[in-house]
Design a protein around this ligand. Structure first.
Ligand code: HEM
Length: 230
């Protein structure tokens, strides 16, 4: 293990996490007026609707898969009866299904942003970087799940990547766990972390403003105003 490994698998992830937290606090305190998804719906609706729906329907289960695969130790899964074979089937087949949905959505959204003149004109450099970086992360994630899993069938990232990932959060980083990980996973993870460092300075902040209170709030009643004929 050399200095570069220490940088990539210890310093860089912590830098991204710190920038993510401090950046959000800074943005929230200084730039609330621009805290928005910056929708371009009024320029083009049809492709946005389909691309955005596919991306969001795909990414939510993919996030769930990441939480399960990276956050839950293999021994806990075994204890509740999910053996390696069952986990593998779920991760590869269900993971790929939602991964393809996410990828399809990202491809549509990226093509829309780059090919529709007015959408492209309205996009800032940060919008385009976020778009392309997300697409790259998803492509590398899919490549790791579909191709690397076929080329190296015995490889189980729960014995390396997942332990490394959890150790970061209990402040016991161990770069050694990442040195023998296949390259595609390494690229996926480094680009995955970099999006967290960019997050607070981009339109991605809209994720924290999802109006969850809509689900439980009381209905708004609209009544006819007969007196004024409305
Ligand atoms: C930041 C740290 C991240 C780590 C450690 C990580 C790790 C992984 C691993 C280990 C896999 C392989 C799963 C399997 O084969 O079962 C994977 C797949 C994938 N990742 Fe990530 N990832 C990260 C961030 C992200 C981000 C930010 C995105 C989306 C923007 C993403 C999207 C995907 C997709 C689409 C797949 C393929 C489908 C799937 O298996 O769910 N990942 N990732």
């Amino acid at each position: 293990m050399n200095l570069l490994d220490q940088f990539l698998w210890v310093i860089f992830p912590y830098m991204c996490i710190v920038v993510f937290v401090v950046g959000h606090i800074f943005r929230y305190r200084n730039d609330q007026f621009n805290w928005t998804a910056k929708s371009s719906e009024f320029i083009e609706k049809k492709r946005l609707k389909l691309g955005s729906l596919m991306f969001h329907l795909g990414i939510l289960p993919v996030i769930g898969g990441h939480i399960a695969g990276l956050g839950i130790p293999k021994s806990w899964m075994d204890a509740i009866g999910i053996n390696d074979h069952m986990y593998h089937i779920g991760a590869v087949y269900i993971g790929s299904l939602f991964g393809f949905l996410t990828l399809g959505g990202m491809l549509l959204l990226t093509a829309r942003r780059l090919t529709i003149k007015n959408v492209r004109k309205l996009s800032s450099a940060s919008d385009i970087i976020v778009n392309l970086l997300l697409l790259f992360i998803v492509v590398m994630g899919m490549y790791s799940t579909v191709v690397t899993n076929v080329v190296e069938p015995g490889y189980d990232y729960r014995s390396s990547i997942s332990i490394w990932f959890r150790n970061l959060f209990i402040l016991r980083p161990d770069a050694g766990l990442m040195t023998d990980v296949p390259l595609s996973f390494k690229i996926h993870i480094l680009s995955g972390f970099s999006i967290f460092a960019l997050w607070p300075f981009t339109r991605l902040v809209h994720v924290w403003s999802v109006p969850l209170n809509y689900i439980g709030r009381s209905y708004i009643l609209y009544r006819k105003n007969r007196k004024h004929g409305l």
